[in-house]
Design a binder for this molecule. Structure first.
Ligand code: UD1
Length: 423
């Protein structure tokens, strides 16, 4: 079943619970490698990126048990391993294993990580930072070998904000000798979650949630139980579904505090939002207003991961919107698919100009990456007639069951068989 068929054009009504965060759980699973013993990770989303990360951990002799939403990771005796290349290459988060493995076993051989086709996504900041901490890295065409006798704390100032590089250096630093300072660190809530996990396990970290992290290396970390916070990007996607189709929905456990930039933009477009400790109520009956300028940015700015979903909603807004992507250079890959549905969009490098139209028409369209794929499903939900979104394995990287969630919000959709199209 690799496609989603949507019968669109209906207003939304209903509620759904927001799953655990993909971008929080992946580095935390990597962080369990730093700990000798068994960690329990609760509220772990059952998405394909997590299944790949588990496979990678198993390839290092970790034992993994999943009981419902809880994943137990027994690290025990770690070993040098052959990481399955398909799991390394399918997601960029496999690079998170680098800092943790260097800290635990001192050497790593791996292929370059993969991930979404949304830009070049190099790993130079990760490698430069680790070299400064005493790691020798031999780069080859398709991968690299990294080795260290001992990681040593040092001073880093990231030339630009990188979520992954901040996390990798953090993972390398917690067991390093001495102190590490990371300036211009990313401030994404998922980094705060990683810090919270590590601190609970015995790490000494100051400045969690700020752009200056100070890590005092410790000898050892201890097994813990940790609950993964709700996924702000999944919650933002469903909020955007309501902006697209109109209606009234409740997103149970949506992490409202982490969603402030998304909430503000939705309000600017004319939605009414009510935040509570139980979740987020979204009400949207008027035609959406266009946005004179929306720009993605690192946290607390408007997330690049939500850009496609809002771009989709703006295709039916009243007037002309302008959106600028500042993080990844190749993140408008859904535009030709939306154009097939009647959307009026022009791309000028990293800027899109969207002239809102009254309605989109159902079409056969193809997902090419995770967040863009989810946005195409939202487009189908608001379009007249039937839309089929193919290549939905991309969406399964980050959404446990987007069809089930959208059905709970009143959308008529189903999974169907469709051949995978290689891109
Ligand atoms: C993480 C998120 C991803 C999100 C992105 C930006 C996870 C698993 N993924 O990705 O969902 O879209 O943050 O919020 O948490 N860069 C370099 N060299 C490096 C590292 C990054 O040039 O060594 C560039 C990237 O190409 C990109 C920018 O820095 O243009 C930001 O990337 P980064 O924050 O590192 O993104 P990821 O950690 O890959």
């Amino acid at each position: 079943m690799n496609a989603i068929q949507i019968y669109g054009g209906k207003r939304l009504q209903g509620q759904t619970r927001i799953q655990g965060s993909k971008n929080a759980v992946l580095p935390i699973l990597a962080a369990t490698l730093l700990i000798d013993g068994t960690c329990e990770i609760e509220n772990c989303p059952n998405i394909s990126d997590v299944r790949h990360m588990i496979r990678l951990l198993e390839s290092m002799c970790c034992k993994i048990e999943r009981q419902g939403q809880t994943v137990k990771v027994h690290t025990g005796q770690l070993s040098h391993c052959d990481m399955p290349s398909d799991s390394v290459c399918v997601m960029r988060s496999s690079i998170m294993l680098l800092g943790a493995l260097l800290a635990r076993i001192g050497s790593v051989s791996m292929q370059y990580p993969g991930g979404c086709v949304i830009g070049s996504r190099p790993i130079d900041l990760h490698l430069q930072g680790l070299r400064k901490m005493g790691v020798t890295i031999e780069e080859k065409e398709d991968g690299f070998y990294a080795e260290t006798k001992a990681l040593v704390g040092t001073y880093h100032r990231l030339p630009f904000v990188s979520v992954g590089a901040t996390e990798n250096l953090l993972l390398a630093a917690v067991l390093a000798k001495g102190d590490t300072i990371i300036e211009n660190a990313a401030r994404e809530p998922e980094i705060s979650a990683l810090c919270e996990f590590l601190i609970k396990a015995g790490a000494k970290i100051e400045g969690a949630g700020t752009s200056r992290l100070v890590i005092h290396g410790v000898e050892k970390l201890y097994p813990i139980t940790y609950r993964i916070p709700a996924d702000r990007i999944v919650a933002g996607t469903y909020l955007a579904a309501c902006l697209c189709s109109g209606g009234e929905i409740f997103l149970k456990e949506a992490p409202c505090i982490q969603m402030q930039s998304i909430i503000r933009v939705a309000e600017e477009m004319g939605a009414i939002l009510e935040e509570s400790k139980d979740g987020l109520l979204v009400i949207c009956y008027e035609r959406r207003k266009a946005l004179s300028k929306l720009q993605t940015d690192s946290y607390p700015g408007f997330p690049t991961d939500i850009q496609s979903a809002f771009l989709t909603a703006l295709t039916v807004a009243d007037g002309r919107s302008i959106m600028e992507e500042t993080i990844f250079e190749n993140r408008f890959r859904i535009v030709p698919e939306l154009q097939k549905m009647g959307a009026n969009i022009q791309v000028q490098k990293n800027v899109v100009i969207i002239d809102g139209t009254e309605r989109l028409q159902g079409a056969l369209i193809q997902a090419e990456e995770l967040r863009g794929g989810a946005a195409l499903v939202l487009a189908g939900a608001m379009a007249d007639g039937v839309t089929t979104v193919t290549n939905c394995h991309f969406i399964e990287r980050g959404y446990e069951d987007i069809c089930f969630d959208l059905q709970k919000l009143g959308i008529r959709c189903q999974k169907i068989d469709y051949p995978v199209t290689d891109i």
